[in-house]
Design a protein around this ligand. Structure first.
Ligand code: BJ8
Length: 428
């Protein structure tokens, strides 16, 4: 272990990390993890051992795999949004890593570059990169941005001064036929850019294979989520969130294997009536902005009260793996259309209108048998903030208890949140 750590140190130095700040980050993470995941939970599935190992070595083995792959000529492509299809990156024999930041530990580097009223996810992501604290960002050969929210759009301009970046112009009004045509054209332009960067060519065969792989990876996550529809829940929301967060940067083949193994164990637990949280516990659906690793704040606050989070209608939850596709098509163009339709089916608040999200929440309340919904919005995220107001009214109208929470990555509001969550849970 010591030897391994020494090796990582020289790797981090070679990647140009700010070692002092990086040491500080890695110094606090294990403690936070221990208090949230180990001390506060009982009866966790054995299969979580793998994910615990991965998070315990968050900047180690996986980064060394990326460095090794680069030495062998592969490229590392970093993304920040679900609308950038992993399938195209993987088909071109490159590695895709999701880079959203989930802690304000890195904000020192984004201060002075961004106004204060920008969401924590953007501040954190930019801070990690520019502050030389993220080895994934350091390895990235190309960053792919998108035109979703305004904050991200402007963030790409700043990132682009430090790293090669390519921005996909995602449409705003996705229900229009011309929006579909535009997104398809954008995916083709992205393909061209990635072909230049990787030196590989997208073919019908390699794209089909990549689609099978990514679809398989998503379906293993879906299996895990499906087990959460039972009472008792065989896995806590916290653990399920961790699995989902790791899926964004780990090797997809390993994910298929390890998430599949976990799903098998959870399916057995369901048969045997084994729960991670007591049978009959109140059940909460979370809906809102993504929760990038290590943002476990809401899950910890809620599950600490003995209730179960049964699903997340977020990009680090169901939006990531729902909307399966049929891999059919005899030409590359046809397969790209399949991809475009799948991705445009994701209901993100950055679209206007985005009525599908309300339908998703209502469906998931039923499917996961939720007693209430907590709308989770990162402060200063206007699209989700505005949708939360309308959703709160709509859900109340249908008799679904709902609580809307607006927060960031800091711990300053924890006591106030605890009080609000307690009051909400009591009325369920
Ligand atoms: S598909 S949710 S990953 S854009 S960064 S919108 S929190 S103000 S992340 Fe997103 Fe793609 Fe949509 Fe999903 Fe708000 Fe912050 Fe913007 Fe954010």
């Amino acid at each position: 272990m010591t030897e391994g750590k020494t090796n990582w140190r020289s790797m981090w130095e070679n990647l140009g990390l700010d070692m002092e700040r990086h040491d500080m980050l890695l110094g606090v993470l294990p403690e936070i993890y221990k208090s949230i995941y180990i001390d506060a939970q009982k009866n966790r599935p054995e299969g979580m051992g793998f994910f615990e190992f991965v998070v315990g070595d968050i900047h180690g083995i996986r980064v060394s795999e990326l460095v090794k792959a680069q030495e062998e000529g592969k490229k590392v492509i970093a993304t920040f949004c679900l609308y950038i299809p992993d399938e195209i990156v993987i088909a071109l024999d490159a590695i895709c890593v999701g880079l959203c930041g989930g802690t304000n530990f890195s904000n020192f580097a984004s201060e002075g570059l961004l106004p204060t009223n920008i969401c924590a996810l953007i501040k954190s992501s930019l801070g990690f990169g520019l502050g030389n604290k993220c080895p994934y960002y350091a390895t990235a050969d190309l960053i792919i941005g998108e035109t979703t929210c305004d904050g991200k759009k402007k963030c790409w301009e700043i990132m682009g001064q430090h790293k090669p970046i390519y921005v996909v112009e995602t449409p705003q009004c996705k229900d229009r036929p011309q929006a579909r045509a535009h997104y398809i054209a954008e995916l083709k332009a992205l393909t061209k850019k990635l072909e230049e960067v990787t030196g590989n060519k997208l073919t019908l065969e390699n794209l089909k294979k990549a689609m099978e792989k990514i679809q398989n990876k998503r379906s293993q996550l879906k299996r895990v989520y499906d087990t959460r529809k039972n009472d008792p829940v065989p896995i806590s929301g916290k653990d399920a969130l961790l699995v989902s967060q790791i899926a964004f940067y780990d090797d997809p083949d390993r994910q298929i294997q390890m998430v599949g193994k976990l799903a098998e164990e959870l399916e057995e637990r369901v048969k045997d009536g084994v729960g991670a949280i007591s049978k009959g516990a109140k059940r909460i659906l979370i809906s809102g902005t993504p929760m990038a690793i290590p943002n476990w704040k809401m899950h910890h606050l809620i599950e600490n009260k003995g209730v179960a989070i049964v699903a997340e209608e977020t990009c680090t939850g169901t939006r990531y793996f729902e909307s399966e596709y049929e891999i059919k098509g005899n030409t590359l163009d046809e397969l790209i259309e399949v991809l475009a339709d799948r991705y445009m089916g994701i209901n993100c608040a950055c679209y206007t209108p985005n009525t599908g999200r309300k339908d998703d929440i209502l469906r998931q309340v039923k499917e996961y048998n939720a007693d209430g919904v907590i709308l989770y919005t990162l402060s200063f995220c206007q699209p989700y903030d505005i949708e939360a107001i309308g959703l709160e009214k709509e859900l109340k109208k249908t008799g679904i208890p709902v609580l809307s929470i607006n927060t960031d990555y800091s711990s300053e509001d924890v006591n106030q949140l605890k009080t609000r969550i307690e009051a909400f849970l009591e009325m369920l």
